[in-house]
Ligand binder design. Structure first.
Ligand SMILES: [Zn+2]
Length: 327
């Protein structure tokens, strides 16, 4: 689950009005290969994430992530898959959330990932499954104590009659987050360590670390733009896949804070909320083999289309706009 923080969620439809995606971000560039995929199962170890009636987020995200990794290895044997965790543990055995999240980004950056997929489950703020609420269904005369201290006395009052009723957690569906570019954060550093062809230039150019120089800033801006476009493209394809599979979709959203793991990765990166553990049926779906396989297949379909578009001709292919609902 992605805890709401003091950020804003930008209606993604606006972006589609402003510009269509140029694959690869900047036209004329040679196609980008998706060689290394980073899969990040959300939470783990000390941090269970959200809880449903029968499961916790850290377990569901690990199951789905491992299956996704298997599917990628089978379908794209040339693609390298790197997991941030493969067991129920904090990343690098971190003992605090900061180290855990930064450990994930570090693994991704060290592996020189071409795409980062973080898997999460969603939840409403209410108890999983549902909860009881009370409503007044009438009144009855009742003897009750009124007043305080020496003025306390018994009196007939009109007391409300309550009835408890069950409120089911109905909210279901998926949403995918991308990071809003801001070159003053860690992403600027990670981006700046790569040259125009996506190669690591840490050793060859000291200047590339200096974000204060105008060239470095321009470079960071350029690459944030590139990663943003491809992050948004992949996120859009993921949500389109979910919609095609009949899932409810809240669409693609961007955030500027609160998604630390996306902020620190120097590559296109998305955070997929694969469904609500707070809804009984969706939790069962996300815990079932069929449900997990379907989620994996939806992400695989998106990955295939993303790869095709990126590795095809960058000047001729444009992504279709997202056909998803917005909040
Ligand atoms: Zn989560």
């Amino acid at each position: 689950m992605l805890r709401a923080v003091s950020g804003f969620i930008f209606p993604f439809a606006f972006l589609f009005l402003c510009s269509s995606f140029q694959i690869g971000g900047i036209s004329g560039r040679k196609p980008i290969k998706v060689r290394t995929l980073i899969i990040d199962p959300g939470h783990g170890g000390l941090y269970p994430g959200t809880r449903g009636l029968i499961s916790t987020e850290k377990d569901v995200t690990l199951d789905i992530s491992l299956k996704l990794g298997e599917a990628v290895k089978n379908k794209f044997p040339d693609m390298k898959v790197v997991f941030t965790r493969t067991t129920d543990a904090c990343v690098n055995n971190a003992t605090n959330l900061h180290d855990d999240l930064h450990g994930r980004a570090e693994i991704a950056n060290q592996a020189k990932g071409d795409l980062f997929i973080s898997i999460h489950c969603n939840s409403t703020r209410q108890p999983p499954g549902g909860y009881y609420e009370k409503r007044v269904i009438g009144h009855k005369k009742k003897l009750a104590y009124v007043g305080r201290g020496s003025k306390k006395r018994k009196k007939w009052i009109n007391a409300p009659i309550y009835e408890s009723y069950w409120v089911k957690n109905m909210r279901v569906g998926t949403e995918t987050y991308v990071w809003k570019a801001d070159r003053n954060t860690k992403k600027g550093d990670a981006i700046n360590e790569r040259d125009e062809n996506g190669e690591d230039i840490t050793d060859s150019s000291e200047e590339s670390f200096d974000l204060s120089s105008p060239e470095a800033r321009m470079r960071a801006q350029l690459y944030e733009k590139k990663y943003f476009d491809n992050s948004a493209l992949f996120a859009t394809l993921v949500e389109q896949s979910f919609v095609t599979a009949g899932r409810e979709s809240y669409g693609v959203k961007q955030r500027d804070v609160g998604i630390q793991v996306l902020q620190a990765t120097g590559m296109p990166s998305v955070l997929i909320e694969v469904g609500f553990l707070s809804n009984k049926e969706e939790e069962e779906y996300l815990n079932s083999n069929d449900g997990q396989d379907e989620v994996v297949q939806d992400i695989m379909d998106a990955l295939k289309r993303y790869k095709d578009q990126l590795e095809g001709s960058p000047d001729t292919i444009e992504a279709a706009p997202a056909n998803t609902t917005q909040q």
